[in-house]
Design a protein around this ligand. Structure first.
Ligand code: CXF
Ligand code: ZN
Length: 367
């Protein structure tokens, strides 16, 4: 066991508070990581609010970067001293994993989200003698040391700037993967992103790498729309000022948009993202509303060949996608610096408030 500090959520709705905890030594297939930085994502806040069941008191945090300190038996892909990014875990041997789609792993939900423990049920982290919820996305990285699954870590070069790369493992991967892996927009096509938070802006940056005719950014916060323009949006729509559906139809000459991405999880927005599709267009659902949320569709409108697809984590394979994103950042084509703002671990609540208010796009804890 090693002693370290972590941000704990005591019960649903409670704030993050920092405590001393004990993290187990790595078992087979596990890696102990000294965290350098960890991003805050809406899923952390949904769990904290009690919207997703997870063992509390517990430690959240599921996108980060750090340095490997110890490895368990059988670990071959990293060694102590290696720099790593942290992302979600997966079993590695079910059909989805073997097929290159680990975000749809058979054991995805228990392993990443809800069990708070290893797959065999054993806890990874304690306060005193009491087990805490851990193993969140195979990592629980709101801690100075995180015990991560080998499959949750991806090695990066020794000169990789970990602090700014920390959000790649969830938010950025989600936006990029959705555009590159799922929508795969044709040259000359149009794409609209509803919601210009971290995931939406990542989708815009992904689209900006491609020869598209137009990239529409839709949000209610003017600063975020300005940032969307800097990152490659060709048009911005402020929902406080314009009728989104009408404007998108006008801007596309009445055809509608070829590809839409809903990052908001708002059923009304999702409906607009489907209604404004062009014939044969595809809408990707990325935002996660509370369980049981439903949305109605204009069925006749769907008969023009429209498609709607739900996407988890951009349907990406971290091992493949994250190095590509690191490389894009190195070449100046993924200016994450414009999205992140740094906070100490003790200020996670402030970070959450700032993200909620839209004054910070991507809060990153710097250890
Ligand atoms: C989440 C979105 C809600 C379902 C689980 C995965 N993605 C990242 O935080
Ligand atoms: Zn996330």
């Amino acid at each position: 066991m090693i002693t370290t500090t972590a941000a704990i959520v005591e019960e649903p709705g409670a704030p993050f508070t920092v405590h001393e905890v004990s993290v187990e030594d790595p078992r087979a297939g596990e890696v102990l990581v000294r965290m350098v930085a960890a991003g805050l994502c809406h899923t952390d806040l949904t769990v904290r609010a009690g919207g997703i069941p997870f063992r509390l008191p517990g430690i959240l945090g599921h996108e980060g970067a750090g340095v490997v300190e110890q490895v368990g038996t059988g670990v071959t892909k990293v060694k102590p001293g290696d720099k790593v990014l942290l992302s979600f875990t997966s079993c590695g041997h079910c059909v989805a994993c073997r097929d290159g789609h680990p975000a749809y792993c058979d054991t995805w939900l228990p392993s990443n989200l809800i069990s708070g423990a290893r797959d065999d049920g054993s806890p990874t982290v304690y306060r005193g003698r009491d087990p805490l919820g851990g193993h969140f996305f195979g990592q629980s990285s709101f801690a100075r040391h995180a015990l991560a699954d080998e499959r949750s870590v991806v090695r990066v070069d020794h000169d990789a700037p970990l602090e700014v790369l920390a959000p790649l493992g969830c938010g950025v991967q989600t936006g990029f993967g959705t555009v590159w892996n799922i929508l795969d927009p044709a040259p000359g096509s149009t794409l609209a992103v509803f919601g210009a938070g971290a995931v939406g802006l990542a989708a815009i940056m992904a689209a900006a790498q491609l020869p598209l005719k137009a990239i529409f950014a839709i949000d209610r916060v003017p600063d975020r729309l300005d940032l969307a323009t800097e990152l490659g949006a060709t048009h911005t729509l402020d929902v406080g000022w314009v009728d989104t559906a009408k404007t998108l139809m006008e801007l596309t000459g009445g055809r509608g948009v070829d590809y839409t991405v809903d990052t908001t999880g708002n059923p009304g927005v999702l409906r607009t993202a489907v209604d404004t599709l062009a014939a044969r267009g595809t809408c990707a659902i990325v935002g996660a509303p509370p369980g049981g949320t439903e949305v109605s569709l204009d069925v006749q409108g769907m008969l023009t060949g429209k498609k709607v697809v739900g996407v988890t984590l951009g349907d990406g394979e971290p091992e493949t996608l994250l190095p590509q994103l690191v490389d894009l950042h190195r070449r100046g084509r993924l200016p994450l610096e414009k999205l992140v703002r740094y906070y100490p671990l003790e200020a996670l609540d402030q970070a959450a408030q700032d993200m909620h208010q839209g004054t910070t796009i991507k809060p990153v804890v710097r250890f």
